[in-house]
Structures are given as C-alpha cells and as structure tokens.
Design a protein around this ligand. Structure first.
Ligand SMILES: Cc1cc2nc3c(=O)[nH]c(=O)nc-3n(C[C@H](O)[C@H](O)[C@H](O)COP(=O)(O)O)c2cc1C
Length: 199
C-alpha cells in the first residue's frame, strides 16, 4: 500500500466503448489530481447483471465487488456520457445496485462528484444533473460542482490529453474539492447535496 496516498477515490466511467471521451476525461482527471489523491476506475460495469430486487441480499461476486470498492473508497467520482438526455443504463444499473440493501447501502454518506464529456454543445450536463440527483437519493453527499466538457472531440489531442489549460485547472479543482470534501465532515454539511433515502 502506498502510504503517501491520503485520499482514495473510486471512479465509475459510464461509457463502455474503447475510444470513450469519458475515459479520456478520467485520464485527464488523474493527471490533474493533487498529490496524495489516487483515482482508480472500477472496471466491472460491463459484467454487472441487471438489477433484480430479488437478488439484492445475495447478488453475486460482481455486485459484491462493486459495493466493496465503493465502501472502502474515501469518495466516488462518476464520469458520465449522456444517452438520450440522461444517464447511460449501465451506470444507472450500478448506482441502483450500490443503493441497496436499503439498510446498509454502499453509497450512503459517500462523498461524490460527477463530471462528463460529450461531442455535443451540452457536455453531458443533463446526464450529470440526473446522476447527482440519483446519487443523492441513494444517500451520497454530492458536490454541486462538476465539469461539462462540451464539443469533446475538439478538446483532446491525439494522445488523449485535454488540451485546454483552463479545463485542466478546473478539473484539478473539482478533484481537490472532492478530496477535501471526503476528509472534512463539516464541509459535507456546508456544501453537499443531501437527500434522505426514501423509506
Ligand atoms: C444511445 C446514444 C444516445 C445519445 N444521446 C446523447 C444525448 O442525449 N446527448 C449528448 O450530448 N450526446 C448523446 N449521444 C452522443 C454521445 O455523447 C457520444 O456518443 C459520446 O461520445 C459518448 O460518450 P463516450 O465518448 O464517453 O463513449 C448519444 C449516444 C448514444 C450511443
């Protein structure tokens, strides 16, 4: 274990495709992260079964691994594309699994942030807003600020690096804020979005 890592952030990337802008945005987030902050993608999204409430207490190894990855992390970062104006199904499926069992969901009180990218002018903004709302409903403490990289095809170079220095700075600031958020319960009360889990 690397002792110099103060904050471990697990990342869910909502796109499964190889040339994904969302995944490039994760790489940019890793590059922009402050010292002591480690971002690690959870790579099982494609292997997750569809949510089935009958299985929520004995869901199998992939779901167990997802829940464990979120539980042990200090915070969660979601990088999402936008499909038909909202959250990609595979990402919503993962959030639903991590929101149960209701008595002890992995997402409860988890500091979280959402960022996204899209070739459109919207930058996956609507999907990000929906993801924040859904995470908050599941009990996470969600940062209001994110990054919406619009016209994503113009913002990454041939090596997949984010070309706009201002965006790189903004991205670093979001990751730093999430790390600060994770280490200070007081900041959660002040700046997080929080909605109770429905009974
Ligand atoms: C089924 C589907 C629906 C889409 N709907 C939207 C949308 O509502 N808004 C948008 O900005 N882009 C939309 N797109 C385009 C995606 O933003 C684009 O494919 C993007 O590159 C996907 O993210 P990725 O690069 O991380 O895979 C859609 C793409 C697909 C495949």
């Amino acid at each position: 274990m690397n002792q110099s890592v103060a904050t471990r952030i697990v990342v869910l990337v909502g796109s499964l495709r190889a040339a994904s802008y969302s995944r490039r945005l994760l790489q940019a987030a890793i590059a922009a992260s402050p010292d002591g902050v480690e971002l690690e993608a959870w790579e099982g999204l494609k292997r997750l079964p569809p949510f089935d409430e009958d299985d929520e207490f004995a869901p199998g190894s992939v779901v167990a691994a997802l829940r464990e990855a979120i539980l042990v992390a200090d915070a969660l970062l979601v990088v999402t594309p936008e499909y038909n104006g909202s959250i990609p199904g595979q990402l919503k499926n993962a959030i639903d699994w991590a929101s149960r069992p209701r008595e002890q969901p992995a997402l409860r009180n988890k500091p979280a942030a959402v960022i996204g990218a899209s070739p459109s002018r919207g930058g996956a903004r609507t999907a990000q807003e929906d993801t924040r709302r859904v995470l908050a409903r599941a009990g996470a403490h969600v940062l209001k600020d994110g990054i919406a990289v619009a016209r994503a095809h113009l913002h990454f170079d041939r090596d997949g690096l984010l070309t706009d220095p201002q965006l790189r700075v903004q991205l670093g600031a979001v990751i730093a804020e999430l790390a600060r958020f994770a280490s200070s319960p007081r900041s959660l009360e002040q700046s997080g979005e929080r909605q109770p889990v429905l009974a």
